[in-house]
Design a protein around this ligand. Sequence first.
Ligand code: FES
Length: 110
Amino acid sequence: MKEFTLGTKAEDILRLFPEGRVKKVLLGQVEIGILRKGNSFFGFELFCPHRGASLLTAFTNSSGELICPLHEYRFDLKTGQVKSGSCRDLKTYSCKLTEHGLVISIPENQ
Ligand code: FES
């Protein structure tokens, strides 16, 4: 597992990530999407596992699901489990806000 830290202070991270909007982040060789809900951050692969639509314009619902803008398949934001539609689960990445920045973990084989 590789760990990356964005920023140096929690306040900077909260400013950098507007609530409810997916931002693209490059970590080593891997580009991922990160979405903030309050003080919680969710990392996931940037392209939908159904037909590869960009998830930069994905949105969320009150059940904590990420909704692909193309065919509206829904994925659990925490686990990536597909909740509606038929495709594999979305890959997710652990993101943790600390007082020293946002810590993101990416498996070595990514
Ligand atoms: S490409 Fe995302 S639901 Fe079809």
